[in-house]
Structure formats: structure tokens, C-alpha cells
Design a protein around this ligand. Structure first.
Ligand SMILES: C[S@@+](CC[C@H](N)C(=O)[O-])C[C@H]1O[C@@H](n2cnc3c(N)ncnc32)[C@H](O)[C@@H]1O
Length: 217
């Protein structure tokens, strides 16, 4: 396995949180209206967190999951990674207001700047559908690489199959890029992780699937 500790060598194209870079400042409004915070709380509850653990949120965007987690004062080390400098700046201001220390990194899911086996918990919320198929598999391989042997991944994404059937126009727009929960689980397993059964979760803007996976031996 390759150990990566440096920042990405080159900027690459990425799909920002709201589809267009100029819309990122409005992301937190959507977050509040959608009730995504409840899904983040569900994800945090699944992560079996303990004091001293190093927790990474891949595609952390404006930092809502990590700030919610930090407010619980569990004594975990928080690391957020996203390619969007503007989202990271918003995340940084939010964490500072909450009195939290977070290591914000600009980077890409399939090129994690962390050594092998250096992370206890990985979160990824509504990020997977921003990636093409190769990058999805690249990300999952990287998650397995950076997780410690007893590490866990907790991932949430739109359930593409529910979205395709939905009458919700937002969900229909997302659906072509999001896979169904069965395929997401298969991809997680193909990366060598051990996924538990997917948990369906309803938001106003569409159906989510939440999957927890052990790193596996
Ligand atoms: C819909 S937002 C979700 C943000 C946050 N996780 C949340 O739940 O509120 C998706 C995020 O994925 C990020 N993203 C897009 N491509 C990425 C990549 N290749 N690697 C890591 N993050 C990426 C975007 O910049 C954006 O912040």
C-alpha cells in the first residue's frame, strides 16, 4: 500500500456541494431546511466513538457533521477533508465559533493525505454521488487503507433507486449520479470492508441510505 501524507499535488475538477461553486454559501440553508442534521446525528450514533479516537469526515463540506460531533465534547480528534476551499473556510469559521479545534484539509477522497492505519472512524455524508465510478472505488480503497484494523466507516448517500422513483424534483436530479443501496454495499464489500445491512433514512429532499462497515481483516 502507498502511504500518502502530503497535500494533493494538483488541483482536480470536483462537483461542489450545490452543483455550482457560487452556490456553496447557501449550503447551510439547505442543510437546515432539509433536516440533514438528524441524519448526521444518526451517523454519529452508529460510529461507536471513544475518547482519543481520530475521526475523519471525507467530503466534509461546510463542516456540519464534525461541528455537531465536536459539540458533544467526546475528546476525539477531528479531521475534515474536502476539495472546496470556500466550503472549508465556512467550516473553519463555524468550528471557531463553537470553540472547536479541527484539522481541515483540502484534498480528494481517492487520494487521502494520511498514513496507512492512522484513522479510527471515517464518516462520509452525501459525498459519494459527487464521484464517478472509478473515484468511488478509489475512495473506498483509500478508506480501507487509512483505517486502523478495528476501524469503522459510516457512510450516507442518496439512495439512487428511491430517488429515481421519487416525485421530488431534487431527488430526481440527484438520482442519475447516486447508486442504489445494494450497489453501494457491493462496492464497499469489493473494497475489502465488511458492510452491515443498509439503514434507510428519509429526508425532505430524498431517501438516504446509511451504511456502517468494519474495516475487515
Ligand atoms: C452535498 S456536499 C455534503 C457535505 C457534507 N458532507 C454534509 O453532509 O453536509 C458534498 C461534498 O463533497 C465534496 N466533494 C466533491 N468531490 C469530492 C472529492 N473528490 N473528494 C472529496 N470531497 C468531494 C464537495 O466539495 C462537497 O462539499
Amino acid at each position: 500500500m502507498t502511504e500518502r501524507t502530503s497535500h494533493p499535488t494538483a488541483d482536480r475538477p470536483f462537483l461542489p456541494a450545490m452543483g455550482k461553486a457560487g452556490l456553496t454559501p447557501f449550503y447551510d440553508l439547505v442543510h437546515r431546511v432539509s433536516g440533514l442534521g438528524r441524519a448526521h446525528a444518526e451517523m454519529i450514533g452508529l460510529a461507536d466513538l471513544r475518547t482519543g479516537q481520530r475521526v475523519l469526515d471525507i467530503g466534509c463540506g461546510t463542516g456540519n457533521l464534525l461541528v455537531a460531533l465536536g459539540r458533544r465534547r467526546l475528546g476525539v480528534e477531528l479531521v475534515g477533508l474536502d476539495p472546496d476551499a470556500r466550503a472549508l473556510a465556512m467550516a473553519g469559521r463555524k468550528a471557531a465559533r463553537a470553540g472547536l479545534t479541527v484539522d481541515w484539509r483540502r484534498g480528494y477522497a481517492d487520494e487521502l493525505p494520511f498514513p496507512d492505519g492512522s484513522v479510527d472512524r471515517v464518516f462520509s455524508s452525501l459525498m459519494l454521488h459527487h464521484l464517478g465510478k472509478a473515484a468511488k472505488d478509489g475512495m473506498l480503497a483509500e478508506v480501507r487503507r487509512v483505517l486502523r484494523p478495528d476501524g469503522l466507516l459510516v457512510l450516507a448517500d442518496f439512495d439512487g433507486h428511491s430517488g429515481a422513483r421519487s416525485h421530488n424534483p431534487f431527488a430526481r436530479r440527484i438520482a442519475p449520479r447516486a447508486h442504489g443501496s445494494v450497489e453501494v454495499r457491493e462496492r464497499i464489500a469489493a473494497a475489502g470492508l465488511e458492510p452491515a445491512p443498509a439503514v434507510p433514512y428519509s429526508l425532505r429532499m430524498g431517501e438516504l441510505t446509511i451504511i456502517r462497515a468494519n474495516r475487515g481483516s
